[in-house]
Design a protein. Structure first.
Length: 425
């Protein structure tokens, strides 16, 4: 019997209509925005979401919705959009049910929804997996993080350091995401891929909640989608894995009629899978290569001597004027004074622009871009600098010696097959 022609109960039909509308609204404008030449259309959808969320937040929910990209997926705007999507899906399902009271089932529409969810979830998991297989989502702990006391970090920062420390573990986690995403592109392996993703995403969701990572809404939706794909096979899986009973194979049927339509479907499917796979891996590799290129003056530079207006300042804890160290990473530099390790104030971040030929580096305030401090420097030795410049109206002369970051226990401990005693510090 063709499951797509079986009659559904009234509640099943209503529930399906709600789920159909909600998943489609949530996933839109996918795949627009990912396919070249469609970003402008995707931008219109984003503008509509911004306008609706701002109005609903202000006039209905009493929230101040700020439209600003922050890297967080759990903003007031995100929760406002969630409410709007739930209401629209519920209202749409009610109207649909009133207009289609004579409809016994939605078998083919269910197949179409599963196909859309498979490709949306698959493309998303390929992206997350690629950025872990090639270690870009979780970079190795930065020099600033290596110097920062553990208690000064956030729960999310702790998770990022934990994941970033081991490229092997990051690869393992990403491989599960990538493989699960790839398997659900094909109907015959959707159950296996969905089962793998339910396990993987359960761990991801738990980490996001436990370590306060602001991707709780998005990761939870991905887990629900994986569960939705797995749902038709739950009874069969329980029969085999729990009850140790035989079960019948599920008839998949054909989504498209034979002939040109089916060939065209295979062509489109192959192009999309190849495109998603290539773009995620190539983008991740490009980011990884860029991060591997160490900038000039990269490293932790300890201030051995600090002279202000001809007065040599001793290295006394609590001194908010004397530098303790300058940390250079990429296009950014962090300055720590003698108060930083004592009071946990962390580091002041600046844009960093070095010119090794002219012997100059510039520090640009990230708060006030017009505030630029220029220092000249001489490289007395490969790991020794003499820098001079003006700072808050004072003339500074600073001798900086590079600290070998390989001296940290975390960076030099490495892997051991044999350990006579646990090395837990």
């Amino acid at each position: 019997m063709d499951e797509r022609r079986a009659e559904w109960s009234a509640w099943s039909r209503v529930l399906f209509r709600f789920v159909f509308l909600y998943f489609v609204i949530y996933a839109l404008p996918f795949p627009l925005g990912q396919i070249p030449g469609t970003r402008s259309v995707a931008g219109w959808w984003g503008d509509l979401q911004d306008a609706v969320s701002r109005w609903v937040g202000s006039h209905v929910l009493g929230l101040e919705v700020v439209i600003q990209p922050t890297g967080s997926g759990d903003t007031a705007q995100a929760f406002t959009i969630l409410v709007v999507e739930l209401v629209v899906a519920a209202a749409g399902a009610l109207a649909w049910s009133l207009l289609a009271r004579g409809r016994a089932s939605h078998g083919r529409l269910l197949d179409a929804l599963r196909t859309y969810v498979r490709f949306y979830l698959g493309a998303t998991m390929l992206s997350y997996g690629a950025f872990k297989i090639i270690p870009t989502q979780f970079p190795y702990p930065s020099l600033v993080r290596l110097l920062e006391p553990l208690g000064n970090g956030s729960p999310m920062g702790l998770l990022w350091k934990f994941m970033g420390y081991s490229p092997a573990f990051s690869f393992f986690a990403g491989a599960g995401e990538f493989l699960g995403g790839f398997l659900i592109f094909f109907r015959r392996t959707t159950t296996l891929g969905a089962l793998l993703l339910v396990v993987v995403l359960s761990n991801v969701v738990m980490m996001n909640y436990a370590y306060d990572v602001p991707v709780k809404l998005f990761s939870s939706h991905l887990l629900v989608m994986a569960g939705f794909l797995l749902l038709p096979d739950v009874r069969r899986l329980i029969a085999v894995l729990v009850l140790n009973r035989p079960t019948e194979a599920r008839t998949l049927g054909a989504l498209l009629p034979p002939g040109r339509a089916r060939v065209a479907g295979w062509v489109v499917k192959s192009v999309l899978i190849g495109f998603f796979t290539w773009t995620t891996l190539s983008t991740s590799w490009a980011v990884h290569r860029q991060r591997r290129e160490l900038p000039p003056l990269y490293g932790i530079w300890e201030a051995e001597r600090f002279v202000r207006n001809a007065d040599t300042l001793p290295a006394l804890l609590g001194d908010s004027v004397r530098w303790r160290r300058m940390i250079v990473e990429g296009r950014l530099a962090a300055l720590q004074t003698m108060t930083s390790p004592l009071q946990g104030e962390g580091s002041l971040r600046y844009g960093f622009e070095p010119d090794t030929v002219a012997g100059v580096f510039r520090l640009q305030s990230l708060v006030s871009p017009e505030d630029v401090r220029t220092f000249t420097f001489d490289r007395l030795e490969p790991d020794l600098l003499e820098a001079r410049g003006l700072w808050e109206g004072d003339t500074l002369s600073i001798r900086l010696r590079r600290f070998d970051e390989r001296s940290f226990l975390l960076t030099r401990r490495g892997f051991h097959w044999i350990s006579e005693l646990p090395f837990n510090r």
